[in-house]
Design a protein around this ligand. Structure first.
Ligand code: BEZ
Length: 213
C-alpha cells in the first residue's frame, strides 16, 4: 500500500521495548513521529538513536511522541540500547518497535528491495493529532538523518496547521512567514492590521509574531 500525505497513518499493534502498544491509542491527542532504522548494532543508527534520546525533550515540548522501528528482535533492541546509552551518553527514553515479522515495515513501505531486501530504510513519518500523515522522509542506510530538521519541520507543520500561512525556504521558528495565496488582501487586513510586506501581490510576508488567533 502506498502511503501519501493526508492519508490516515495505518494503525497497528506492536511489541516495543516499552511493552505492547496500539499505535493510534499510543499517539493519543498529540503529534507523533514514527521512524525506522536499518539495523541494530550499526554505527550510524547508534548515533541517530542517541541524538534522538538526548533531544527528546524538544519533541516533548512540541507535544510530539517519538517511536523507533526496525526488523530486529526485542532482545537485540534491549542489548543494543545499552550500547547506545554508553557510547552516546544518553538514556533511551522512547520506545523501539521490534518488527521481526515485518508487518509494520510492509504496511509503511519501509523496505525498499532495490536498496536492501531485508533492512528497513531510514523512514520518517510525522503524524498529526488527526492521525493523518503530515510529512514523510526517506534516507538510505549510509546517510544519517538531520534530527534538528525534524524539529524545524514540526514547527512549520504545527504553525501552518493552525494558521493560513506557509513557511519559506530554510525557515526557522520566529522568522517571517508567508500569507498563503488563498487569503485575500481584505482577509489579510483583518488578520494583520499592522500590515504586511508585499514583495509581489502573490508574495506577502509577515513576521511570525504577528500570527495569532
Ligand atoms: C549504520 O547504521 O551504520 C548502517 C546500517 C545499515 C547499513 C549501513 C550502515
Amino acid at each position: 500500500m502506498t502511503i501519501r500525505l493526508g492519508d490516515i497513518a495505518p494503525d497497528f499493534t506492536a511489541e516495543t521495548t516499552q511493552g505492547t502498544i496500539q499505535f493510534h491509542q499510543w499517539i493519543g491527542d498529540g503529534w507523533a513521529i514514527l521512524f525506522s532504522h536499518p539495523k541494530d548494532y550499526t554505527p550510524v543508527c547508534t548515533t541517530e538513536l542517541g541524538y534522538m534520546a538526548k533531544n527528546k525533550h524538544e519533541f516533548d515540548n512540541r507535544n510530539v511522541k517519538v517511536i523507533g522501528l526496525s526488523v530486529d528482535s526485542l532482545n537485540d533492541h534491549d542489548g543494543w540500547t545499552r550500547d547506545i546509552e554508553e557510547t552516546q551518553r544518553c538514556t533511551l527514553n522512547y520506545p523501539l518497535i521490534a518488527d521481526e515479522d515485518r508487518e509494520i515495515s510492509t504496511l509503511y513501505d519501509m523496505i525498499h528491495p532495490n536498496a536492501d531486501n531485508t533492512m528497513t530504510v531510514r523512514s520518517v513519518f510525522v503524524i498529526g493529532p488527526d492521525k493523518r500523515v503530515k510529512l514523510m522522509l526517506t534516507y538510505p542506510a549510509s546517510t544519517g538523518r538531520n534530527f534538528d530538521e525534524l524539529l524545524r519541520v514540526v514547527d512549520s507543520l504545527q504553525l501552518t496547521a493552525d494558521f493560513s500561512v506557509a513557511t519559506p525556504v530554510n525557515w526557522r521558528a520566529g522568522d517571517d512567514v508567508i500569507i498563503v495565496p488563498t487569503v485575500t488582501d481584505e482577509e489579510a487586513r483583518e488578520k494583520y492590521p499592522d500590515g504586511w510586506n508585499s514583495i509581489r501581490p502573490y508574495m506577502r510576508v509577515v513576521h511570525q509574531s504577528q500570527v495569532h488567533h
